[in-house]
Design a protein around this ligand. Structure first.
Ligand code: MN
Length: 362
């Protein structure tokens, strides 16, 4: 199966190829960079790279990419869009590489669908996108020098413990990367590089900078040393964002609408950056007994994040129940952390619903 995918990659001409990866995901970014660099090495030019996330319209993406003859989706659980993909396949060849939960095996439809479930006996979710991309590309060209990109993907998606042998291979190639409390985990040099790359999630510009960095960087240590302008930009960005998050975390009591009896804080985030989720997480860890509901208005949509570190309430349930009553509402997640969104016209209704539903559910 990897060989078939390798054959697909080897025939990709840069001008007629597009790679679509999982937006602002450290694994997706590295996976796309590995594929693009391998194609570059084989054909002497870089393919087009696009990012996609599940909240975006798949139809719009399909329209944008249909002019390409070869389409590679990586690190995206889009096998649920079977009929849409079959429609795209009429004019383009498709390679879909993923390690998320499997909905449909598309191999009978003429799409080349690579999923660890089809050939790997271990835990398929840990055979991450970047490692799949690396193993495929290694069949057609020498990608040894960019093995660290696969390492970043493994660390990001918590697959590295299952691929210790490969991690040791990376450390043999780049001995200076082998540092930190746990060289197979986030607390490693590769973990630090991962956190630089995931600054991508803060804006569209950061996203583009991160993918560019993964395409140009030949020396992973030089990323941490800020020797690449892209790395420097991402790190500066990260620092600015951290300051902003700290400010929101420090001043929540004076800025949030606090319901003493419910220990509930409803807090509007006005940042131009996407800091809702990390701010909510930090607030919740520091104030485990408080239920946090953070919201941010962005171009007609209100994004919400809910946290209850002490699990006083089921956040997933709360997110579902609230958004079910709001226009274009969608929400869900886990017990201590959940998220969702709805149309801004229902903001007032939302603000009334939150304390009411929390009271009911407590
Ligand atoms: Mn992944």
């Amino acid at each position: 199966m990897l060989k078939q995918a390798a054959d697909f990659v080897s025939k990709c001409r840069p001008a007629e190829t597009v790679i679509i990866y999982h937006k602002s995901c450290g694994d997706g970014i590295c996976a796309a960079a590995i594929l693009a660099r391998a194609i570059g090495k084989i054909s002497g030019g870089l393919p087009t790279i696009e990012s996609y996330t599940y909240s975006e319209s798949f139809a719009k993406l399909a329209e944008k990419i249909q002019k390409f003859k070869k389409i590679i989706f990586i690190d995206l659980a889009i096998d649920k869009y079977e009929s849409e993909l079959i429609a795209i396949k009429k004019s383009s060849e498709i390679l879909l590489i993923d390690h998320h939960e499997l909905t449909n095996n598309l191999n009978d439809t003429g799409i080349l669908h690579v999923h660890p479930k089809f050939f790997y006996s271990g835990n398929s979710s840990r055979y991450v996108g970047a490692k799949l991309a690396y193993d495929i590309c290694a069949e057609v060209t020498d990608v040894k020098k960019i093995c660290w990109l696969a390492g970043v993907g493994l660390v990001h998606d918590m697959g590295s413990e299952d691929f210790k042998e490969f991690m040791d291979f990376i450390y043999k190639e780049y001995p200076e990367l082998k540092a930190g409390k746990n060289v197979y985990g986030f607390d490693s040099r590769l973990g630090q590089i991962t956190s630089v790359i995931t600054a991508a999630s803060y804006s569209e510009t950061a996203e583009k900078t991160a993918i560019k960095l993964c395409i140009v960087a030949n020396d992973p240590m030089a990323i941490l040393e800020r020797k690449y302008s892209e790395a420097n930009e991402l790190m500066k960005f990260k620092e600015d964002i951290s300051k902003e998050i700290d400010d929101y975390v420090k001043n929540w009591k004076s800025r949030a609408n606090y319901y003493e009896d419910l220990k509930l804080a409803v807090y509007e985030i006005k940042s131009k950056h996407d800091i809702n989720s990390p701010a909510a997480t930090i607030l919740s860890i520091r104030n485990p007994d408080v239920i946090f509901v953070l919201y941010k208005i962005l171009s007609g949509i209100v994004n919400i994040n809910m946290r209850s570190h002490a699990q006083r309430i089921n956040c997933a349930e709360l997110a579902k129940r609230i958004t079910a009553k709001l226009e274009n509402g969608t929400g869900g997640g886990h017990i201590p952390a959940a998220g969702g969104s709805f149309a801004v016209k229902d903001l007032k209704k939302f603000l009334e619903l939150v304390p009411k539903l929390v009271k009911e559910m407590l």
